[in-house]
Write a protein that binds this ligand. Structure first.
Ligand code: DGY
Length: 322
């Protein structure tokens, strides 16, 4: 019997390649940049499964190009805003993702960005490299304290709760949140309080975004939202760049409407080198590395491979979004 055919759109950790390679004929796109659209559509033709990254747009055109034998799209990420899930459902194509595996790593990175922004670490690092460090400065590089502040979490899912837990347990912060539904566990364990979006904007010293990018959340952090925030508030986004309006964020940071920002995600990604978001002293930017630890990426590779193999066999996925 012939082996199932799969296309993997980028190299993933070996543990995943080994699992898939043991049962499938694998076409691996082994380049530093994702395949272009035409190349992608050509390579997926005739595949039983495709393992995708957030860089691939998975839509009707993708499914038409793959053909009727396509059974599963396995996303190597927890977010899947690049995938038209309804189109997949209507064709009986399973879609999987990798939740859980990256919760702690992403929450840690969010916290790293918060400390970096609050203590002006990148600015201070650049100061040394610009040969400006001449002496200890009694009034230099003064930042924000974290202890006892109020943190507002937008999206109290797994990652939001893990971030809140670091704030509450480690730094004694007061936690408020917005979420589609109440989170009784977080309310008991972290004394978190569910508030309206406006209350969260007005009361938080730090705001951290952990929600999906969808029609409701796209651009929710815009000029009006930044104007409701405290003038020394710090904005953290480790979710998706499209959730903030980047031009409005740049203006808010430039004009001290808010204090600082820490971003692991931008819009677009990557930003052009001359994008103003990269040239603000009060904005720390990382290149979408929330899940980038060895054990996290290995765990993601295992889940994504299991999803792919289960989908090809027509079995329920370990983590399904359909
Ligand atoms: C995710 O998993 O959605 C991240 O943003 C990419 O690792």
């Amino acid at each position: 019997m012939s082996r199932p055919r799969v296309f993997i759109t980028r190299r993933i950790p070996q543990v995943g390649l080994d699992l898939i390679g043991a049962v499938c004929d694998v076409d691996l796109w082994d380049e530093p940049l994702p395949p272009g659209r035409d190349e992608l559509l050509k390579r997926i033709a005739g595949c039983d499964g495709v393992l995708t990254m957030l860089s691939e747009k998975v839509d009707d055109e993708f499914f038409d190009a793959a053909g009727e034998q396509l059974k599963v799209v396995s996303q190597y990420a927890v977010g899947f805003n690049n995938i038209d899930v309804e189109a997949a459902k209507s064709r009986n194509i399973a879609v999987g993702n990798t939740p859980g595996a990256l919760t702690a790593a992403t929450a840690d990175l969010g916290f790293a960005l918060l400390i970096a922004a609050a203590r002006r670490l990148v600015e201070a690092h650049e100061y040394i490299h610009a040969d400006k460090w001449k002496t200890w400065e009694p009034l230099g590089h003064i930042g924000w304290d974290l202890e006892g502040k109020t943190v507002g979490i937008v999206g109290m899912g797994r990652i939001g709760q893990a971030f809140a837990q670091r704030c509450y347990g480690g730094w004694g912060m007061n936690v408020i949140y917005t979420s589609r539904s109440p989170k009784p566990d977080a309310e008991t364990q972290l004394r978190a309080k569910r508030v309206s979006f406006d209350e969260l904007l007005e009361q938080s010293d730090f705001i951290s975004v952990h929600t999906d990018l969808n029609e409701e959340t796209a651009g929710m952090f815009n000029k009006a939202a930044f104007e409701k925030m405290k003038s020394n508030a710090i904005f953290i986004n480790t979710a998706r760049g499209g959730i903030h309006n980047q031009a409005d964020l740049v203006e808010a940071l430039k004009n001290n409407v808010i204090g600082a920002a820490g971003l692991d995600v931008t819009d677009p990604e990557p930003p052009a080198l001359d994008d103003p978001i990269l040239h603000l002293p009060n904005c720390v930017v990382a290149p979408h590395i929330g899940s980038a630890t060895i054990s996290t990426r290995n765990a993601m590779a295992e889940i994504a491979s299991d999803n792919l193999l289960n989908g090809i066999k027509g079995e329920p996925l370990r983590c399904s979004v359909t």
